[in-house]
Ligand binder design. Structure first.
Ligand code: CUA
Length: 356
């Protein structure tokens, strides 16, 4: 008896737990675009079919238990046996076949539709016809390259709303997986081949979800796998165009004294050998070993996970490994004083696409 109550109280906790699900910026249950819609509909359809099957079987099961219990029909009565009954045999063969047909038709149609990335391979493709973003996953950060516009950014993905955005994805170290739950997915990033797929971001639902969608690494990749987050900011097509312009014309000038000190430090401490501070990073991919910082001042998160406020940014600069274990800012990474992190903070906060 005690055990049963324990189980019940545990079950009572489930709704509490589940109430944490369904956040519009992070949930497959709140789809925010064509791809997510299709995947959601398939989930609902297959769940409904399963529920109906379970319900029907449960009803028959309990009916039989009650109807044929020993105290009711007597010790020695054997109920009428039905094996080999043609009607029953046909019924329970045909019903599952019908259910599978109902399930398989939309699954095949949607699978083929969602795998169609042919527009991104068209000759003379323009960004206006099919925008392509190259995604590169790294331990534990994300790079987003816009080949049509010739710039690179990282950690925060900017996409236009209401159009198909085509992704070409790979990894530079181990296998990761690119997942934006609200928009659909997910897809592995491999080291030896490119994967492609597309997503769409509905403008109305993007707005309802807030300024950002959350993106995740969905493949166990190392000690900071759970911290390998990124943000997705959908922009209406006009604003997206403006943003690409700002990124193409990116020009950073440091004015205040402290920020200028920070800039000096940034060079002195060799940060530049891994981090670029301009979006048109001309180095080969293999040389881009750390997140591009050109838009660091605009990011909502530092290290992909903590709010980008002064306290967190300074803590990150001082001891990156304590925040994201296993990241590459170790070994020769310098010990920074309070004054130095102040200056670096001031400099990094000024790095923005909309900078003058
Ligand atoms: Cu990258 Cu998990």
């Amino acid at each position: 008896m005690l055990k049963r109550w324990r189980l019940l109280s545990l079950l009572a906790l489930v709704p509490l737990l589940l109430s944490g699900c369904g956040k519009p910026f992070l949930s497959t249950l709140k789809p925010a675009g064509e791809v997510a819609d299709k995947q959601y509909d398939l989930t609902v359809l297959s769940t409904l079919i399963m529920v109906v099957v379970v319900a029907v079987v449960a009803v028959i099961f309990f009916y039989v238990i009650v109807r044929f219990r020993r105290s009711r029909i007597g010790e020695d009565t054997i109920p009428k046996q039905v094996e080999g009954n043609r009607f029953l045999e046909i019924t329970w063969t045909v019903i599952p076949i019908l259910l599978l047909i109902i399930l398989v038709i939309p699954v095949v149609i949607d699978t083929l539709a969602l795998a169609d990335t042919s527009p991104m391979d068209k000759k003379n493709r323009k960004a206006e016809d099919a925008l392509v973003i190259n995604v590169r996953a790294n331990l534990y950060w994300w790079e987003f390259e816009y080949p049509d516009y010739g710039f690179v950014t990282s950690q925060e993905l900017i996409v236009p709303t209401d159009e198909r955005v085509y992704f070409k994805l790979k990894s530079s170290d181990v296998k990761h997986s690119f997942w934006i739950p609200s928009a659909g997915g997910k897809i592995d990033t491999n080291t030896d081949n490119d994967n492609t797929f597309f997503l769409t971001f509905d403008s109305k639902r993007s707005k309802e979800a807030g300024e950002y969608f959350f993106g995740k690494c969905a493949e166990l990749c190392g000690p900071s796998h759970a911290l390998m987050d990124f943000k997705v900011k959908p922009l209406p097509s006009k604003e997206f165009k403006q943003w690409t312009k700002a990124m193409k014309n990116y020009k950073h000038t440091t004015d205040s004294g402290l920020a200028a000190q920070g800039e000096e430090l940034f060079k002195e401490k060799n940060c530049l050998s891994c981090h670029a501070v301009e979006p048109n990073d001309k180095r080969a991919e293999a040389a881009r070993t750390a997140p591009n910082l050109a838009t660091f001042g605009e990011r909502v998160k530092v290290a992909g996970i903590k709010d980008a406020n002064k306290e967190n940014i300074k803590a990150w600069l001082k001891n990156p490994d304590s925040i994201k274990p296993g990241n590459k800012m170790t070994g020769t990474y310098p010990k920074l004083s309070d004054a130095e992190t102040d200056a670096l903070y001031e400099y990094l906060k000024g790095l923005k696409a909309e900078n003058k």
